[in-house]
Write a protein that binds this ligand. Structure first.
Ligand SMILES: [Zn+2]
Ligand SMILES: [Zn+2]
Length: 244
């Protein structure tokens, strides 16, 4: 009965519930999306690449063609959905349109798909991919930090901002593949202040981002973490896209 949960009603008035995929106003269905979008979601299914976590065509193979050529720095990336047109829209709204209320939906699915596995691997610290101060000021938030915060509660982990952006890079998706790597050279650094708040450098962490495409961003981040003594670095991304 509505009158028994005034808190919930109030929250709903401030943030009318939306389907996190199509963005339509909706009643809060249990699945978290509207009925149409529940059908549209394209969950990553086996067989997957043992490095980047994208679907591959054959069970005979362990890695996708990209990871066969160059093994990622992250031990393994865990992604929930294909980066198709529906997720593209959802992520764009989450990232640029202030729809931070989508984070619990993403987090819940990450936990359902990989929560037990991440626990078994010993992940106790989440590191959000940082964005530049300028971009954060403009948008008002960093989507990877928002997602990390919600996810950390669900996974009973800590969020440590062990990385910072040292330069305002161009958006990766605006660049040709060859340019993407160059764009990120020296873009991330170890954040001494955040690291100083820890007793020891964590042995196993997971970097959190919205999309894993070429993996350049996540791998640049992982390289910095490993240089500073993190032993194992995993990746968590809402979506994975790009070539197989
Ligand atoms: Zn929908
Ligand atoms: Zn791969």
């Amino acid at each position: 009965m509505r009158w028994k949960v005034p808190g919930q009603v109030m929250v709903s008035c401030v943030f009318p519930p939306r389907c996190p995929i199509c963005g339509e106003l909706r009643f809060p269905w249990e699945s978290g999306t509207c009925t149409e979008c529940a059908e549209r979601l394209s969950y990553i299914q086996e067989p997957v690449c043992l490095a980047c976590g994208r679907e591959i065509s054959s069970c005979e193979k362990e890695y996708c063609t990209e990871c066969e050529k160059l093994r990622p720095v992250v031990e393994r990336n865990f992604a929930v959905w294909q980066y198709d047109r529906w997720m593209k829209r959802s992520i764009a709204d989450f990232k640029y349109e202030g729809r931070t209320e989508y984070a619990p939906f993403y987090a819940r699915n990450i936990v359902q798909c990989y929560g037990a596995r991440l626990k078994r691997l010993g992940v106790s610290v989440l590191v959000p991919v940082p964005c530049s101060k300028k971009r954060k000021r403009f948008r008002g938030y960093n989507q990877a930090e928002v997602l990390s915060g919600v996810l950390a509660k669900e996974l009973d982990c800590k969020v440590c901002r062990l990385l910072r952006r040292t330069k305002d890079t161009l958006p990766q998706n605006a660049l040709a593949p060859a340019e993407r790597k160059k764009n990120l050279i020296g873009a991330f650094a170890w954040d001494e202040r955040a690291a100083g708040e820890l007793v020891t450098v964590p042995a196993v962490v997971a970097i959190v981002d919205d999309i894993y495409t070429t993996g350049n961003t996540m791998n640049s981040c992982a390289a910095v973490l490993k240089q500073h003594g993190v032993r194992e670095v995993y990746g968590i991304s809402v979506c994975v896209g790009g070539a197989r």
